[in-house]
Design a protein around this ligand. Structure first.
Ligand SMILES: C[S@@+](CC[C@H](N)C(=O)[O-])C[C@H]1O[C@@H](n2cnc3c(N)ncnc32)[C@H](O)[C@@H]1O
Length: 214
């Protein structure tokens, strides 16, 4: 797949290629997502919002962390929302998982709704990240936890699809951004992994994971 097409699919998977791209993302990002889920320290009866879950490959892992978790996945790709609903049909029917189309720029939820918010590999695509973070803060309950994961600029800058619309950051920049939006940093981690990139090449990945609270 040409780099500009892959970049556009990673931003918002759609059409014929969407399923294949989502499958590759799930394989490439599995270990990272499982690490983030562990860091969220989910407790019984908590509610979690995931922004940009793609086809929702890790929802069962999230729900397995504690009893009676309620999961909401919000993705701006209608194709991903449909696929996530289909792949997680049993969890949707049981009433523990829901998927909606929408953007974190304007979250379709009331203030103080969620105990935990997670977003993995989405920040690059946000035009005004402060607007998204303000919305995330609005829907978080007091003392709730936000986990954001993104590839570090130093690792991402040479990937062939990055020139096509990716905004890159390092950990210090995102910590400063979070603080300016009223978040308190809880912890920062570097997830390092050797594996396949979305283009199928072997890469040494460096991913920042930041947990913060309001
Ligand atoms: C690169 S994929 C990452 C998918 C998954 N989180 C993972 O770790 O493999 C980005 C996904 O987030 C969605 N997305 C990006 N920014 C978003 C936003 N601001 N609001 C809702 N969905 C968003 C895209 O449609 C896509 O499904």
């Amino acid at each position: 797949m040409e780099s500009h097409i892959l970049a556009s699919q990673l931003r918002r998977p759609n059409g014929e290629e969407a399923s294949e791209v989502a499958q590759k993302m799930n394989e490439a990002n599995r270990a990272l997502n499982l690490k983030c889920i562990e860091l969220l320290q989910l407790r019984a009866s908590e509610s979690l919002l995931e922004i940009g879950p793609g086809n929702g490959a890790f929802v069962a892992d999230i729900l397995s962390m504690a009893s009676d978790i309620s999961y909401m996945g919000l993705d701006w790709s209608p194709d991903m929302v449909e696929e996530a609903k289909r792949l997680n049909e049993h969890l949707v029917e049981q009433g523990c998982a829901q998927f909606q189309q929408g953007s974190s720029e304007q979250l379709p939820f009331e203030a103080s709704t969620f105990n935990k918010v997670l977003t993995v590999h989405t920040l690059y695509f946000w035009k005004n990240p402060g607007d998204h973070l303000a919305e995330i803060r609005r829907v978080m309950k007091p003392n709730s936890l936000f986990c954001i994961a993104f590839g570090d600029r130093a690792f991402m800058k040479d990937l062939p699809f990055v020139p096509y619309g990716f905004n890159l950051y390092d950990c210090a920049e995102v910590c400063a951004l979070l603080r300016s939006c009223g978040f308190q940093i809880v912890d920062t981690y570097q997830h390092k992994e050797s594996g396949l990139s979305n283009t199928g090449e072997h890469v040494d990945k460096v991913i920042n994971i930041i947990t913060s609270k309001v």
